[in-house]
Ligand binder design. Structure first.
Ligand code: PPS
Length: 288
């Protein structure tokens, strides 16, 4: 619970000092992956927890035992956080590992080991809204100020975890060099069972229809919202102030429409266009 007010700077990005230290970040950047490892890479609030749950359930063929008894941060620990070494299993596999780090830090090690990477992206307009609300409850993040202030910091990449634009362009720019599966929060939302099937096939863990149905049920927003192993209610109030909101907040596509003013939307559109114009990436979200 210490270092709540500390910010760590690493690879040009600011990270919360709570759970990130120079030592833990050095360890992450030198980490040797195994070719059986599966790394979930995301910018915060893009569907990380959802993917941790989906992968847990794919590997267990729909058996909810571990998903309902072991917290997500122990099942799919964050590579860059201080506790990582203590919980990473030495044996067995595939091991699920999570990261919010930028691609350039991990790409060389991932290429060498041929580990699998699943990158989950989400409409950045919904990301900024979710991130804003999360800042209000997460005591290890700075006070976000007004939504207007936070939006400006998000657009210029000065929020913690850095620029959304750099993150997605960095990771998806490596699609040809890494064994990388790219999926969006919006695709999960639109057709969860088809998404589960596609991910399972890519992992080499094909599932039976009844297993897919069990995973779909377990990974629904309503079911995950009630699961203490993923809804972060186990975290003490000094770290997450649960009176300020819920981690599993709304789980919607397009919630930004209830938050953005017309002017904020115009600014976002302009910067999104400028930042993404050099990219040939395909997205599955509506920007208007
Ligand atoms: S974090 O802090 O980076 O790990 O957050 P992350 O898990 O990436 O994102 C949290 C948002 O994902 C939503 N969520 C879901 N939406 C739909 N269905 C399911 N099953 C689901 N699980 C998590 C969660 O509610 C956060 O989004 P918002 O918009 O804030 O509700």
């Amino acid at each position: 619970m210490d270092r709540m007010q500390v910010t760590e700077a690493f690879a040009g990005v600011a990270l919360p000092g709570h759970m990130h230290t120079a030592e833990s970040l050095r360890f992450a950047s030198g980490f040797q992956f195994r070719d059986t490892d599966v790394l979930i890479a995301t910018y915060p609030k893009s569907g990380t927890t959802w993917m941790q749950e989906i992968l847990t359930l794919i590997l267990s063929k729909g058996d909810p035992e571990s998903a309902t008894t072991i917290p997500n941060w122990a099942r799919a620990p964050w590579l860059e956080q201080t506790y990582f070494r203590d919980v990473l299993p030495e044996t067995g596999g595939p091991r699920l590992i999570t990261t919010h780090l930028p691609c350039q830090v991990l790409a060389p090690a991932l290429r060498q080991a041929k580990a699998k990477v699943i990158y989950v992206a989400r409409n950045p307009k919904d990301v900024v809204v979710s991130f804003y609300h999360f800042h209000k409850m997460a005591k290890f993040l700075p006070d976000p100020g007004s939504f207007e202030d936070f939006l400006l910091h998000f657009l210029d990449g000065t929020v913690q975890y850095g620029s959304w634009f750099q993150h997605i362009k960095g990771w998806l720019g490596q699609q040809l060099d890494l064994d990388l599966f790219y999926i969006t929060y919006e695709e999960l939302h639109k057709d969860l069972s088809r998404s589960v099937e596609r991910i399972a096939d890519w992992l080499g863990f094909p599932l039976q229809p009844e297993e897919i149905r069990a995973i779909e049920q377990h990974c629904s927003f309503s079911s995950m919202r009630e699961n203490a192993m993923v809804n972060y209610t186990l975290i003490p109030c000094e770290i997450m102030d649960h009176s300020q909101g819920r981690f599993m907040r709304k789980g919607m596509v397009g919630d930004w429409k209830d938050h953005f003013s017309p002017l904020q939307n115009m600014l976002f559109q302009k910067i999104y266009k400028e930042e993404m114009q050099d990219s040939s990436l395909r997205f599955h979200w509506a920007m208007d």
